[in-house]
Structure formats: C-alpha cells, structure tokens
Design a binder for this molecule. Sequence first.
Ligand code: AMP
Length: 193
Amino acid sequence: MANLLIVGPPGAGKGTQAARLAAALQVPAVSTGDIFRQNIKEQTELGKRVTAILDAGEYVPDELTNELVDDRLAQPDAERGYLLDGYPRTAGQVEYLDGVNLRRGEQLDAVVRLIADTDEVVRRLSARALEQGRSDDTEDVIRHRLDVYERETAPLIAIFEERGLVVEVDGIGAVDEVTERILAGLAARGIEA
Ligand code: AMP
C-alpha cells in the first residue's frame, strides 16, 4: 500500500521509471499524458478537446485533468495505492489530489523527484522524437514544455518538501541504476518493494 508521485521535467525519465516502480511496488502507474494520448488516438470526445493543447505543449485545464484522475483512481486496481506520473502539475491539481486522498482516508507517502539538467532532457526528448514520433517532441514544443514546467510545476515541489515527502534521485545514468536508487530511497522511508 503506497500512494506515490514521480515528478521532474519532461525527459527526466518519469515514464520509464514509473513503469518499473509500479511493477516492483504492485501499484498502477497512472500517467495523465498517456491517458490523453490514448484518447487522442481513439478520437474520443476528450481526445478531440485536448489534441491542440498537447500539440502546443500547453497544460490541459484542471477541470478535465482532475476528473480524469478521479475516475482512474476509483478503479479497483488503485485500491492498494497508486503511482502518479505527470500529475499534479498545477497548484489547483495539488489541492484536488489532497481532496481525493482525504476522501480515501489516506495521504501521500512519498514524492520521487528525478533530477536531470536541461541539456540532458533536451537531448533525451530529441532522441525520443526520432524513436516514437510524438507530436509534441519537436524542438520548439520541447522548449515550450520545459518553460511551462519551470513556471507552473517546479515551484510545487516546495509544497511536498515542506511536507517532508520528497525523495530526491539523480536521474542521470543507466535505467537500472536509476531504478535501484529510487527503490533504495523509498526503502529508507519504509516503502518496500
Ligand atoms: P507527459 O506525457 O506527462 O509529458 O504529458 C504530455 C502532455 O499532456 C503535456 O504536455 C500536457 O499537454 C498534457 N498533460 C499531461 N498531464 C497533465 C496535467 N497533469 N495537467 C495538464 N496537462 C497535462
């Protein structure tokens, strides 16, 4: 049972690490970005509403994003906890998640902060652009997403630091090594795989 967040700039490796941690800790990895992309692919109503927003590297409005997370966390597989990747990204989303946890009678157990410098994340995102062809991995949009992250999301980490929840991990290195670092950091807080 663990309620966790993984935070860090686009390109820090959150998605890759979230999948591994989720398997190790037996909680679902919930990526709002993945859910939006899936809806776009399937051309659902939600997908149609958010296509242009994702392509521009802007944030989807909180009302839409919050509702989506609420629905996802109400699924049976999230009863034992969750690992949120890419949420919360705004102050309003932090507040909303606090409300969700309150209703569950639970709280956040830890926030994994992946550290990676700008040169490294731009390099990784450009490589991913070639591999996956994500429509928001073009150079201009990458830079914009990093700006939006610095402005809207990076300042929120202070809230979790005040709550004593942050496990800071160097995100540079082999994927396995980074996973080991995160698991060690979580184990030190009593969250065991
Ligand atoms: P990601 O895969 O986490 O990099 O997310 C890709 C895109 O989905 C972002 O650039 C936003 O357009 C949108 N998105 C994902 N999560 C959120 C969120 N929590 N709040 C607002 N927009 C989001």
